[in-house]
Design a protein around this ligand. Structure first.
Ligand code: G3I
Length: 415
């Protein structure tokens, strides 16, 4: 029924000056349809797929799902301004070297983003060439760029099991681990004190596959300091910069899969423990590296998880959003539609949760995405996971994010 009205209105759009109005009517129908369908998501997953019908089947054929949507957009207002009108921060992961080497890209960052996060520059391996040296210059370039263009900046990440300098595992031992960790956190956070909106204090500490009852990852930090390394890092960060929001950041909590459920449960348990101990944490970061190979997006389950996090008094930030198109058809039109549908379906759910205060994509343009190397397509064509293409033009993914922002619930205005 909705499909018929939707496509009739879309075909009958003839008056250009009415188009934004009609587009909004079309979209409000689509929104009601999505809200209606999301409401149905409380039924069993199988029941939901049957009710959604073939053009909305999320799991079996992403191509058919995306070919029915127009991704029509009412206007070309930037993602930054669209997000800001809803009290949401939109931004992207950036590398300092691309800002200096690619002025066109730098201009688009300023146009589309309110906040940026260093993709590399604030990780141990970039910051710590040797035990007694800190290399702040790449990070300082990004901080200067953010200040010049009145962008906010996130810090990523103070404690992680990846991107460690070669000397760390050699030097680190049970006697010096606490001092090394606290010194690193305090030195780095103090260096950027007052310039950082929010820090990913600890990244990816959960890995249920490691078999621990608490679901923690068997990392070097855990081996040296036990689970308390997490609280230690947050307390050190809070002392060094009381203004910054302190975030626990992790991945794969998005879909209704066994892994997703196990990870959501373990992360919630960790957050509950941290809150019970009085650890200074203000938000959960959800990386949201999406895919549609096996896309069991269950709105009800995802919304429940977000509400459970919010009920702990925590905010939520979508910190590394992108859509891996590695296994999608080679045809660009088809692929872009599937990517856009993945963005829109996911964001319609997460942005309905008022505790979600920020949305950052892990990159802004397909010209600079980690997926080109880490999830390269086997057919040799370039990855197309982000809102802008490699020529900095807006794609359907941009439309999808814009449409979800337009439908997002209003938050208190971002100051
Ligand atoms: O720029 C340096 C160069 O100066 C140096 O000579 C060279 C050799 O070490 O490395 C270059 O740095 C590379 C860096 O990206 C910047 O391009 C590193 O090798 C490379 O390992 C690093 O990969 C990053 C990866 O994290 C590991 O830190 C990716 O760009 C980045 O997208 C990825 O991001 C992670 C998040 O931090 C956490 N969540 C998952 C996400 C994707 O893996």
């Amino acid at each position: 029924m909705w499909g018929g009205i939707y496509s009739t209105l879309a075909r009958s759009v003839v008056c250009v000056h009415l188009e934004p109005f009609i587009a909004s009517v079309i979209d409000s129908i689509a929104m009601r349809r999505r809200v209606f369908l999301a409401g149905l998501a409380g039924l069993s997953a199988v029941g939901t797929v049957a009710i959604l019908g073939k053009d909305r089947r999320l799991a079996s054929s992403p191509v058919s799902v995306s070919t029915r949507r127009s991704f029509a957009i009412a206007n070309q207002t930037s993602l930054r301004l669209r997000a800001a009108t809803k009290g949401i921060l939109y931004g992207a992961a950036i590398q300092s070297q691309t800002l200096s080497s690619d002025p066109k890209f730098a201009r688009r960052v300023v146009e589309e983003c309110s906040i940026l996060v260093p993709e590399w520059e604030l990780k141990w391996k970039a910051l710590r060439p040797s035990p007694n040296r800190f290399n702040f210059s790449p990070g300082d370039k990004l901080a200067a760029f953010a200040k010049t263009h009145k962008l906010l900046m996130r810090g990523h990440t103070l404690v992680w099991h990846h991107a460690m300098p070669a000397w760390l595992p050699i030097v680190l031992n049970r006697q010096n681990a606490e001092q090394l960790l606290v010194d690193h956190v305090q030195t780095v956070v103090k260096h950027y004190a007052g310039k950082i909106h929010s820090w990913d204090v600890v990244n990816e500490a959960i890995n249920p596959k490691d078999g621990r009852a608490d679901g923690l990852r068997q990392s070097l930090w855990l081996e040296m300091l036990g689970p308390d390394y997490i609280d230690l890092a947050f307390h050190a960060a809070a002392k060094a910069d009381p203004q910054a929001l302190l975030v626990y950041n992790d991945y794969s909590v998005d879909y209704d899969t066994t892994e997703g459920e196990t990870r959501r449960t373990a992360i919630l348990k960790l957050l509950e423990k941290m809150k019970a101990k009085g650890t200074p944490i203000q938000a959960l970061g959800i990386q949201a590296h999406l895919y549609r190979d096996d896309p069991r997006l269950n709105p009800k389950k995802l919304q429940n998880f977000l509400k459970n996090v919010a009920d702990l008094g925590l905010k939520v930030m979508i910190t590394e959003l992108d859509v891996t198109d590695r296994t999608f058809p080679k045809d660009i039109k088809t692929r872009d539609r599937i990517v856009a549908a993945a963005y829109e379906d996911y964001l319609d759910v997460v942005l309905a949760e008022p505790a979600v205060i920020a949305l950052l994509t892990w990159g802004l343009s397909d010209r600079y995405t980690w997926l080109s190397t880490d999830a390269a397509r086997t057919d040799g064509s370039s990855a197309r996971p982000l809102p802008l293409d490699a020529q900095m033009n807006r794609k359907l993914a941009w439309n999808a994010i814009a449409r979800s922002l337009d439908r997002a619930t209003q938050r208190p205005m971002v100051t």
